[in-house]
Write a new protein. Structure first.
Lengths: 88, 325, 237
């Protein structure tokens, strides 16, 4: 039962911003959740083909997008991500 | 005599009974009741005073019934199971009897969500009661009258003497159970029954046959309900939306024909349909009265009380019998 | 099971906005099955509240936790101390859970409801819950083919259908089956329709919510527990 206390979830709130006007040069931080077997493989292939994609997109590989839970998306937003992209 | 009401006397005399309906207004003004009572008086043996019908607040049935009584129209007070628990019911029955009321019709009552089929705001968020159901209310009233006891067992010094009624929807689902539904109301002590509006006489005839096979026509007075049709639209609405009512197509066609005969004249359209409606009503009454076991008719001319006179006269039910007090 | 639905987010926010340290404390039994207040939903709700607080410029710490059951004391024990460090517990457990925890915390900190507890129901298909029992304390399902007229009939009628049955549906809504239609059809299949012919007398509702708060006390179990506790105390000496 020792780890029950650790199950208490706490996330720092510092990265969440108040609504504000969007600066002209602003670029969103996008997080892509990609399935290992299709979308992530496609991203790999793009790399091999030396195709480029914007640097403000970060990819997280999942064994399957079925693994993606609501809280993963919410946590991404809480930590300053502006858009979430799910591919699988 | 159980109650000595005029309605009971007519039924006991073996003559066909005629009851009407009087809907109290959504107003504290008694004149509407007085006016309607004046129109109905002489053309029925008693008139039902509805109890917040369609789950909308109106002058209470008991108060409006007393106003009608003062005008010389015998009322049938109604009591729904929706708004009162058994304490309030019995208190109101004692009060109603003390005020001189002698007939009471027991009904479940439209659910509070009904709110005049959504035409009015009503009180859909109200808490309903349904402490007892219709059969149980009939039983309570009978126990008060015949045993001088409250439902809880306490004694009544003077028992309220009501002629007890209940409603019956002979053509509602599940249809094969409906005759048994009637039996339960009769077993509970219903002296008279008023049915839901009937247009499909063939179907009603077969339901009546089942009721007769159970011997119910000998234990209670069944009055066939007839709702006076005003327009083709009303008939279509009742056929599609009113529970337990089916309207045969030929009747709707007749009404449509009357409507079409008026051409574009709106006033004439209404008049011709109303004339046809009265004709249809008279025919339905005559057919109903021929069914073995039927002891009268309950004619509902909803918000059209003036139709009662021509209907009752044309049906050969005028004048109404009178009795020496 | 007990079925509930999460309260609208704005209502929850208006309840919690003035607190500095909030614990969203889920229950992993019934309310987890109806996706209203299990650990997962507590976590999501906490995250949404954190984001809302940040957007509104409110300084608030919101954490989440969940235990298996909110209606028995032993499940609470491991987290008891931690819970008391918060200003508010927002409980998406059923009303039983909220009451139980509030009694346990005895006024030390408030416990607010995160869901509306709806009814005792079943789950005929995923994501669909229906009310099937009213907990009236005096079951008559043997007389009605296993279909409860108290909660499945909109008027709780005991002696058959009212005049509002239309094509087997209730007058309240054409989405609602008429319970008495179902009862009659079921009793026909069971060959026990004659049971419905008996007039049911007025009910004694005092066994339901109309007789004051109810309790069930199993004396033999309570006596045994007491004895065990005494034995343990003697052995300890």
């Amino acid at each position: 039962m020792a780890d029950v206390a650790e199950a208490t979830e706490r996330t720092p709130v510092s990265t969440i911003e108040k609504p504000q006007d969007i600066p002209a040069e602003w670029q969103p931080n996008v997080l892509a959740f990609a399935c290992h077997y299709c979308a992530f493989a496609a991203a790999d292939l793009a790399g091999v083909m030396r195709l480029s994609y914007p640097p403000n997109v970060k990819i997280i590989r999942l064994p399957c997008t079925g693994k993606l839970d609501h809280i993963h998306v919410l946590r991404a937003f809480e930590r300053g991500i502006d858009g979430v992209f799910v591919a699988g | 005599m159980k109650s000595g009401s005029n309605l009971e006397k007519v039924i006991a005399s073996g003559k066909m009974a005629v009851t009407a309906e009087l809907g109290p207004p959504m107003s504290a003004d008694p004149h509407e009741v007085v006016k309607k009572a004046g129109i109905l008086k002489g053309f029925c043996d008693a008139a039902n005073i509805t109890d917040c019908q369609t789950a909308v607040v109106r002058i209470s049935s008991i108060a409006a019934a007393v106003i009608a009584l003062r005008e010389g129209l015998e009322p049938v007070m109604q009591m729904t199971c929706r708004d009162r628990n058994r304490i309030a019911m019995q208190a109101d029955l004692l009060g109603a009897a003390a005020l001189g009321l002698k007939n009471c019709l027991c009904i479940a009552g439209d659910h509070q969500k009904f709110s005049a089929a959504g035409k009015l705001k009503g009180h859909p968020g109200a808490k309903n009661v349904y402490d007892v159901d219709t059969c149980q209310l009939v039983g309570i009233m009978k126990k008060m009258r015949d045993e001088g006891l409250q439902q809880g067992g306490d004694k009544l010094e003077v028992a309220p003497k009501f002629f007890i009624g209940a409603s019956w929807t002979p053509m509602g689902d599940p249809m094969d159970f409906r005759p048994y539904n009637l039996k339960k109301k009769v077993d509970s002590g219903a002296d008279f029954i008023q049915t839901q509006g009937i247009y499909d006489m063939d179907l009603f005839r077969s339901q009546m046959e089942k009721a007769r096979n159970l011997g119910l026509h000998e234990r209670t007075a069944i009055l066939a309900g007839i709702i006076v049709p005003k327009s083709a639209m009303m008939l279509k609405y009742m056929d599609s939306s009113v529970a337990g009512v089916t309207v045969p197509k030929p009747l709707i066609d007749r009404m449509n024909k009357a409507k079409e005969a008026a051409g574009d004249d709106k006033k004439k359209m209404r008049e011709l349909q109303e004339q046809e409606g009265i004709k249809i009503t008279v025919e339905l009454i005559q057919q109903a009265l021929e069914i073995p076991g039927i002891k009268g008719v309950h004619i509902q001319a909803i918000e059209w009380e003036t139709a009662m006179e021509p209907i009752v006269k044309a049906a050969g039910l005028y004048p109404r019998p009178t009795f020496d007090a | 099971m007990i079925v509930g639905q999460q309260k609208p987010f704005d209502e929850i926010w208006s309840m919690v906005r003035d607190f500095k340290k909030v614990l969203v404390y889920g229950c992993n039994t019934c309310v987890a099955i109806c996706h209203a207040g299990g650990g997962k939903e507590a976590e999501i709700l906490a995250s949404m509240l954190r984001m809302k607080a940040a957007q509104e410029g409110v300084d608030m710490q919101v954490d989440s936790a969940a235990i298996e059951r909110h209606c028995e004391p032993e499940f609470f024990e491991p987290l008891d101390e931690k819970v008391r460090t918060y200003d508010l517990v927002l409980s998406p457990a059923c009303g039983v859970g909220v009451n139980f925890l509030a009694d346990r915390l005895a006024g030390a900190i408030p416990v607010y409801p995160g869901i509306n507890t709806s009814f005792y129901g079943g789950v005929p298909e995923a994501g669909f819950f229906v009310e099937l029992c009213g907990g009236c304390g005096n079951c008559i399902l043997h007389l009605t083919g296993g279909i409860c007229p108290i909660v499945r009939c909109s008027k709780s009628l005991m002696n058959g259908p009212c005049g509002g049955t239309n094509n087997g549906k209730c007058e309240v809504s054409d989405q609602t089956d008429c319970a008495w239609y179902l009862i009659v059809e079921r009793m026909k299949k069971l060959g026990t329709l004659e049971k419905l012919l008996e007039v049911q007398p007025p009910r004694d509702w005092s066994t339901g919510t109309h007789g004051g708060p109810r309790r069930v006390s199993l004396e033999h179990i309570r006596a045994y527990e007491e004895k065990e506790e005494k034995n343990a105390a003697t052995e300890g000496k």
